[in-house]
Ligand binder design. Structure first.
Ligand SMILES: N[C@@H]1[C@@H](O)[C@H](O)[C@@H](COP(=O)(O)O)O[C@@H]1O
Length: 248
């Protein structure tokens, strides 16, 4: 894993955008794996600014998102469909038919999981953007999820619901389940850019860089992936100083 240090959230977002833009320009029909949460918001803001100022085009780009809550309509302000529309899609020229998120509203949820995994296999994610939960979750793969998991329905841990409650009226409104790419689905990506910012992520980043690979800490599997960049700010790296492995 290659570790890139940024001084703060702003610099992390700028460096992430530079890397994504470089990949989009090099491969105009790139398949991007996209993430939600607070962490990639600054990256998306930078992509939007670059799109309007420098004209980087997303006309032939496709996106596949990691996850979606079950039970929230796509138009709900807290759905990940709405998040992506607001934070990125409506501000760049990515075509609606090229944007993919799991359908958390269907009552044929098992078919939806299979369909989504087939989509990932058919398209192949070139560059996956990831955040990390404080408990080491990636996507919505909570601790204990099998490393062999494909797209599936997951029950959110209490701590994940608490962490995401800030986006909702109260913890009671946070859905209890989600549909998420599995860990094996994420690991199929050709390249992964993992972003982490702030002191709340310091412990997770220290555990990630410890290199101990176990299902009780889902992100640890990334140590097995041949092309992961961890781009983290000083606060997120604060507990791991001296543990980085810069072998690329
Ligand atoms: N499903 C998302 C994850 O994809 C994200 O990485 C995590 C961290 O969120 P944040 O970036 O807000 O800390 O939150 C949610 O659980």
């Amino acid at each position: 894993m290659k570790v890139i240090q940024a001084s703060d959230y702003q610099e992390m977002s700028q460096k992430a955008a530079k890397y994504v833009i470089k990949n989009v320009r090099r491969q105009p029909d790139i398949i991007l794996g996209l993430a939600t949460g607070s962490t990639p918001k600054g990256l998306y803001k930078q992509l939007i600014a670059d799109h309007s100022q420098n004209g980087t085009t997303y006309e032939h780009v496709s996106s596949i998102n990691l996850d979606e809550y079950i039970g929230l309509p796509a138009h709900d302000p807290n759905s990940y469909h709405s998040f992506m529309d607001e934070q990125l899609f409506q501000h760049i020229n990515i075509q609606p038919h090229n944007r993919h998120l799991p359908n958390g509203e269907t009552d044929r949820i098992e078919q939806e999981c299979m369909h989504y995994e087939a989509l990932i296999d058919a398209k192949g994610i070139d560059l996956q953007i990831l955040g990390i939960g404080e408990n080491g979750h990636i996507g919505f793969n909570e601790p204990g999820t099998s490393f062999a998991s494909q797209t599936h329905v997951t029950t959110l841990s209490e701590s994940t619901r608490q962490a995401n409650a800030r986006f909702f009226d109260s913890i009671h409104s946070v859905p209890k389940q989600a549909i998420t790419m599995g860990i094996a689905s994420i690991m199929k990506s050709r390249k992964i850019l993992l972003l982490a910012s702030g002191p709340k992520k310091a412990n997770a980043i220290r555990r990630l860089l410890d290199g101990d690979i176990k299902e009780s800490f889902p992100a640890s599997i990334l140590n097995h992936h041949p092309h992961v960049i961890l781009l983290a700010d000083n606060e997120a790296l604060s507990a791991a100083i001296g543990k980085e492995d810069n072998d690329d």
